[in-house]
Design a protein around this ligand. Structure first.
Ligand code: ADP
Length: 476
């Protein structure tokens, strides 16, 4: 099989820089793709954190004026990735959050900053770096949305392009007067092009001009063609339905491995689930809950946002209490929800830690009985994949990747011995809590669900195979 060369373009990649799930995907896929015969170079903005991490950087291309200043492409290894960093100090030599200034607002020149990333990606796609001409340019989210656009309007032979949407809620919307500044032809403006309700959307640019569109679960791929989930892009996605597909995310099964996890008090596997009891007790103590092995312990590990349905959960706290259940919440996000969650703390029954805490997230998954995910929409969701791996039964709303990764414990699935969790529609959250507690009280059924979940393949192997097949289909 011929080795494929891929240029992955994104604004973040773990471990170099991460603000969300996007970084997990762009950071993990290259290694998994290597096993599928796809060699990946990852193009990132030359933020300070990225440049500092580059080992033995070499300048492989220079340009005197990239949207108002000189720039070069630095090649090197960083964080286990083969990186091409766009070193453009006038755009990227800013520390802190990659999108926001110190005042917490978007940098005023974000359109230009990410157009620059995409412009250089397109140029690399066209072969400006000696010895590297990618077969496919794979752009992630709006920050890389213009890569396919520039390639579409370029003369001559170009690589195939793939646009992946990690969350349609971020359109990368800017004022229409920027068209010329971004180097886009007049022909690109209009409903058939980058125009989005009178503005320019860099995400739409990618969705219009990429050869293929993917998103991070099959169900989300179907949902986003409907007005309820389409965020204004559903018409376009219906028109392009033939090139839209969903490929699930995976998780790093070395980092998330309960048999070998240094962040939890008691390591375990599917064969000795009894050891989870020590983790449950540790979690109860940590969260100020009564240390009671019999109480069903629900956990939430989440951004606290409207998307994640945290307000819906708050409304169901009496239902949890009615069933003698406990709740442990780890999350941060919208100030109002943080305050409401903190205000809901009830010693012995409801505990809450408001921050991002990777280590505590491991203890939550290892010690809680069930992980509650009442999302209104969920492109893929990673937290339920971690839960499956840790014998923590996911209780999830039936949307997006949650629908694709959890097998509901309905009568048929229980009798066939394949159930891994509970699914609900949002208006049934209370009933789902009741149903989960009933399942929990049936020890035989519950441990079968835990064991089934732990057997599920949540690694990157399957997704990498699917991406490799997609690339090969494009290249021929
Ligand atoms: P999203 O990317 O929409 O926030 P995902 O479920 O796809 O949601 O990915 C978020 C990841 O970050 C999950 O693995 C989740 O467990 C983790 N996470 C979310 N909030 C926290 C937190 N406060 N502390 C630790 N991990 C968190």
């Amino acid at each position: 099989m011929r080795k494929l060369k891929l240029l992955s373009v994104a604004s973040e990649a773990y471990p170099l820089l991460k603000t969300g799930g996007l970084a997990d995907v762009t950071g993990a896929l290259p290694e998994a793709l290597a096993r599928e015969g796809v060699s990946v170079k990852t193009m990132l903005p030359g933020y300070p954190a990225v440049l500092e991490a580059l080992e033995r950087p070499r300048t492989v291309w220079k340009v005197t004026d990239l949207f108002g200043g000189p720039a070069r492409v630095l090649a090197g290894q960083g964080g286990g990735l083969d990186v091409l960093a766009v070193d453009a100090p006038h755009l990227f030599a800013r520390s802190g959050n990659p999108y926001l200034g110190p005042d917490g607002r978007d940098w005023a020149d974000n359109a230009v900053r990410f157009a620059a990333l995409s412009r250089v990606a397109a140029d690399v796609g066209l072969g400006v770096v000696a010895g590297f001409r990618p077969d496919v340019v794979h752009a992630h989210d709006w920050q890389a949305g213009l890569a396919a656009t520039y390639l579409h309007f370029a003369a001559g032979k170009r690589p195939a392009t793939v646009m992946t949407v990690h969350n349609l809620a971020f359109p990368g919307k800017f004022e229409p007067g920027l068209l010329g500044t971004l180097g886009l032809p007049v022909a690109a403006f209009g409903v058939e092009g980058v125009e989005f309700y009178g503005a320019i959307s860099l995400l739409k640019a990618g969705l219009v001009y990429a050869d293929r569109i993917t998103t991070v679960s099959p169900t989300y791929a179907a949902e986003i063609r409907m007005p309820e989930f389409g965020m204004g892009f559903d018409g376009l996605l219906r028109a392009r339905a033939g090139v839209v597909s969903g490929i699930l995310n995976g998780i790093d099964t070395d980092i998330w491995n309960p048999a070998n996890d240094g962040l939890i008090p008691a390591r375990f596997d599917a064969g000795n689930l009894g050891k989870r009891a020590a983790n449950k007790a540790a979690l109860q103590a940590r969260m100020g809950l009564a240390v009671n092995p019999e109480a069903p312990l629900f956990a939430v590990v989440s951004r606290l946002s409207w998307q994640k349905g945290i307000d819906l959960l708050l409304a169901e706290l009496p239902e949890l209490a009615r069933h003698g259940a406990q709740l442990a919440v780890l999350g941060s996000g919208e100030a109002a929800l943080e305050a409401r969650m903190a205000g809901a703390v009830a010693p012995g029954r409801i505990g809450c830690v408001i921050r991002y805490d990777e280590a505590l997230a491991h203890l939550m998954q290892a010690g809680a009985d069930a992980l509650l995910v009442p999302s209104r929409f969920e492109p893929c969701g990673l937290t339920q994949l971690c839960a499956l791996r840790y014998g923590c039964v996911p209780v999830v709303s039936r949307v997006g990747g949650l629908a694709d990764t959890v097998i509901d414990a309905n009568a048929a699935a229980v009798s066939a011995g394949v159930a891994t969790g509970v699914q609900f529609t949002l208006e049934q959250l209370g009933a789902a809590i009741a149903r989960t507690v009933t399942l929990y009280r049936d020890r035989r059924v519950w441990s079968a669900m835990q064991a089934n979940g732990m057997k599920a393949d949540v690694s990157w192997a399957g997704p990498a195979r699917a991406y490799a097949a997609l690339y090969r289909g494009l290249v021929g």
